[in-house]
Design a protein around this ligand. Structure first.
Ligand SMILES: Nc1ncnc2c1ncn2[C@@H]1O[C@H](COP(=O)(O)OP(=O)(O)OP(=O)(O)O)[C@@H](O)[C@H]1O
Length: 371
């Protein structure tokens, strides 16, 4: 069965018109067209339809997240039409060349479907929060720290700033925060080790502290940025935060994890107000590097703490390839208790933790990607 689902509230509220003008005329055998009227409507509609199901989805990543979480055992193939704010999955499958506003750019998954391309199986990250009976499934991103705070605070700006600028405003609001936590990085199942990106050789190598006897790595905070991705190398068309996810294809059941810990900066000795303020320009520089085609992963610290590109000093970003992670926030730091799963915000209770593993449940979701 073939259905179209349109979220009219996604992105700039233009999905309905785009479907009427450009998508539906290309599809002559759609069984149903649904324009959602609220969060939850898409999954309600799909619930009673028979599998296998093909869903032409006009939305952002959030509506996809909602369907996958509500109906995790279904056999569904998605045809994506990027109508949301960020469209991370679509932009990663079809990296734009400054043409993301064009109709042709937005119709590539539809064209792949029409051309009977083979759909791409999605990886799913499964995040459990202490005390919560069900795991949250993500097809794009699971994060804590600055990214989770940005998503948390940007939601309040959705009405006044429907575009990507709401993420920038929220980033500024949170720029001096450091997040107190401990993280465990879990090994890649098929290799039994955690890998780390080595900018000098441009390869992932086994992390020297991840051994057969003790493969998990323990990272101590404070953290500025802690973000893991599956299926994607960018969170927005130009924000290539985990560029190696596509440049160096990962083995199955892994995520890429991008970590920024300010105390690795040789010019910063301790966590205090002055250090946090002085580190802000470096946070912007790193995030700015993601906007320059993922240049941040080549950044290194000079001895005086200045950020260089491909210098001899230690990498600014720790870029891991792993089977998952655990996050154990400090009870004194409420901001460290936020987790973002594909834009949805989860709250870790006091004395709790978050645990994220990849493809922990068998599932049959796929998507029409590039031919
Ligand atoms: N008619 C509706 N009115 C309000 N919200 C809706 C409606 N239909 C669906 N939603 C909800 O809107 C939320 C946001 O949608 P979606 O993520 O698709 O767009 P976006 O946030 O603009 O894009 P992105 O996730 O790519 O940034 C989803 O959680 C979805 O449940």
């Amino acid at each position: 069965m073939l259905v179209a689902i349109i979220n009219p509230a996604s992105g700039h509220n233009a999905a309905e018109q785009f479907f009427a003008d450009h998508v539906l005329p290309l599809l002559d055998n759609v069984d149903h067209v649904l324009t959602t009227n609220a969060a939850g409507h898409a999954e309600q509609f799909i619930r009673d339809l028979p599998d296998p199901l093909t869903v032409v989805l006009g939305s952002g990543d959030g509506t996809l997240h909602e369907i996958i979480n509500a109906l995790p055992n279904r056999l569904i193939t998605f045809v994506l039409v990027p109508c949301g704010t960020a469209n991370a999955l679509y932009a990663s499958l079809f990296p734009p060349k400054d043409d993301q506003e064009t109709t042709a750019y937005k119709l590539q998954s539809v064209q792949a479907f029409i051309n009977k391309a083979t759909p791409v199986h999605l990886s799913l990250a499964s995040t459990s929060i202490s005390g919560s009976p069900t795991a949250s499934l993500s097809s794009v991103v699971v994060s804590t720290s600055l990214h989770a705070s940005i998503l948390h605070h940007s939601e309040a700006l959705r009405q006044t700033h429907p575009g990507l600028e709401r993420f920038k405003i929220a980033a500024e609001q949170n720029s001096t925060k450091w997040y107190k936590s401990r993280a465990n990085i879990l090994p890649i199942p098929s290799r039994g080790l955690v890998e780390i990106y080595d900018p000098k050789s441009n390869k992932f190598i086994p992390h020297p502290d991840s051994t057969t006897d003790s493969p998990a790595l323990e990272l101590h905070g404070p953290f500025t940025y802690f973000l893991s991705t599956v299926n994607i190398d960018r969170l927005e068309p130009q924000f290539r935060i985990s560029p190696l996810a596509r440049a160096i294809p990962p083995p199955p059941a892994t995520c890429d994890i991008v970590v920024l810990r300010p105390l690795r900066d040789p010019s910063i000795a301790q966590d205090d107000e002055q250090s946090r303020v002085s580190y802000v320009p470096k946070v912007w520089k790193v995030l700015g590097g993601a906007y320059q085609d993922g240049a941040h992963i080549q950044f290194t610290y000079a001895a005086n703490g200045e950020i260089e590109t491909a210098g001899d000093g230690p990498p600014v970003i720790e870029y891991y390839r792993a089977g998952g992670w655990e996050w154990v926030p400090d009870d004194q730091d409420p901001d460290a208790h936020l987790v973002c799963a594909d834009g949805a915000i989860l709250h870790i209770p006091d004395n709790g933790r978050a645990a994220c593993t990849i493809d922990a449940i068998p599932h049959t979701f796929s998507v029409y990607g590039p031919v």
